[in-house]
Each structure stands twice: as C-alpha cells, then as structure tokens.
Design a binder for this molecule. Structure first.
Ligand SMILES: [Zn+2]
Length: 293
C-alpha cells in the first residue's frame, strides 16, 4: 500500500513537472526604461513632476508585467526586474507581477544593470531609447543630455551599449529588446541576432507614430517568450580588454571637473578612461555623468 502510494506520487510528480525545458534553470534579468514605452513621447510623461507622468508609469508597469509573463511562458525559474528610469522608483512594487523580484530606488552603483551577474541566462531591455545623436529618436540620450557622445573602444553607444557590455562581461546575452525604431535599429547592430520590437517610430525627439499600448504588451509577451526559447544561439557582447570609455561632454567646465578623477585623460571636451573590466568602466561612466552638470 505504502509502495503504491509512493509510486503514484512519483508519477504525479513527473506529470506535474511539465515539458523538459521548464525543468532547466532559466534566470532572467529585465531592465526597464520609460522613454521607449509605447505612447510615451513628452517630458510631461517622463518626468515625475509632469502632468502625465502617472499615466506613463502605468504604461511602463504594464509592459514590464508583459515581459515577466513572457519569461514565465518560456519556462523562467527566476526573474529580476531593475527599474532603470530617472528616480528609478517608477514601478509600483505592489502592482508588479509578484513572481518577479524588483530593484527600486537610487543611487545604485551599477545603475541600469544593478543586480546582473553571471548567474543569469538572459537579459531583456524594455522601454529603451537610442543614443543622443540620431534623428527621429524619441528622447535619444545616454544617461543625460550633458553627454554628447559615448564610445566604447571607439564605437558610439547608447545606454543599451553600456548595459549590454556589462551583461557581456558576465557572459549574459541580451535576448530581447523593445523601444522606439531608432533604438531597435541600433540594437540590431550592437546585439547581432537579438529579437527586437519597435513599439513606436519617432517623428522627432518629442513625437512618434505609436503602437496601441495594448498591442505593444501582447507583442512584448509573445516576443520575450519566443526569444528565451531560442536563447542558446545568441552570443554575449565581447569587448577587447583593456577597454576604453570615451565621453564627449557639452561644456569645457564639466570636462574640467571630470579630469580631477585620477586616471581620467582629457582632450578639450572629451574625457576618457581605460580599464581591464567592464563594471569599472560602467561605474566611471556614471561618475562622469554625475560630474557633467
Ligand atoms: Zn534611458
């Protein structure tokens, strides 16, 4: 009798475990910005004192929950969300899909990549935007409008590039991204093979033709699922180290300040720093951003 019960329990356990891929570890990191969320175009929507900020953060939350759902559809075993816009308290913790953990608030040493490490299997960027020197990119910038150009080993990057290089340092591939079309085009170049969804097409810095946010959420959920199921074929970003971060700031006086940091080289409005690891370069980019204002 006892043996029969045990056998039944074992069979039930096998059946409940579901398809094979659901049994493997799939730890997913999701970084969420606001400027690349469907329908969002104005400062009134992206800044906490803005008239439509409350609406925009609700849109951001909904796209985040869609991405979390897509990850679990694909068999995720753990999901970590990092609120990556402005105050970094945009996502209301009690309204986030409770299957995911949340990093909220600032400052965080690793900013938009806080919490990411080599234990993750894939990174996902939602609501992202292009760098600051592309036309028809909705709110294109890198960390701050004060940073005119940001380059890694000579290649111009946006926030996606700095964050993606950190993910690559940890061996984590970027599997899926969403944002405006200008960002998606940059991301496809920087992350070969990435699954990318444009939720709006910029008509300028403050204007876009946008997907209905309800459609964007459906496509994000389906896109994240599809991207994670085929994640093995996607290589992480690998820079050559030591690597050099080079930033052109908007004012000579800001470069004066940044040049005080030991190890920083400076030529006019261009400051640079070389390091043998990406997390150090990322932190240096954040320091430079804070000093450039
Ligand atoms: Zn951003």
């Amino acid at each position: 009798m006892q043996f029969t019960s045990l056998a039944s329990a074992c069979i039930a356990g096998i059946l409940l475990a579901g398809p094979l891929f659901a049994q493997q570890k799939l730890k997913v990191y999701i970084s969420v910005d606001l400027e690349g969320i469907a329908g969002v175009v104005s400062n009134d929507q992206t800044q906490p004192n803005g008239r439509d900020y409350g609406w925009a953060r609700t849109m951001m939350l909904a796209e985040t929950n869609a991405a979390i759902a897509g990850a679990y559809d694909a068999g995720a075993t753990e999901v970590l969300v990092n609120d990556s816009h402005g105050s970094q308290t945009n996502l209301r913790p009690d309204e986030l899909d409770r299957r995911a953990a949340l990093i909220t608030g600032q400052p965080k040493p690793m900013g938009m990549t806080q919490g990411l490490d080599s234990t993750f299997d894939a990174a996902i960027y939602i609501g992202y935007h292009a760098n600051g020197s592309v036309a028809n990119a909705v709110h294109g910038h890198t960390f701050s409008g004060a940073l005119k150009h940001v380059r890694l080993n000579g290649q111009e990057v946006g926030e996606y590039g700095l964050n993606g290089a950190v993910a690559g340092w940890f061996g984590v591939p970027v599997a899926f991204v969403s944002g405006d079309l200008a960002f998606v085009e940059e991301a496809r170049t920087f992350f070969p093979g990435v699954d990318a969804l444009a939720v709006k097409e910029g008509i300028g810095f403050y204007a876009a033709r946008t997907l209905n946010p309800l459609d964007a959420r459906e496509q994000i959920r389906a896109g994240v699922r599809a991207a994670l199921v085929k994640r093995i074929a996607r290589p992480p970003v690998r820079l050559t180290y030591p690597a050099t971060l080079e930033i052109e700031v908007g004012e000579l006086s800001w470069a004066d300040r940044i040049a005080i940091v030991p190890g920083v080289k400076r030529s006019g409005r261009i400051v640079s720093y070389t390091a043998s690891d990406m997390p150090t370069l990322y932190r240096m980019a954040r320091v430079m951003m804070m000093l450039a204002q």
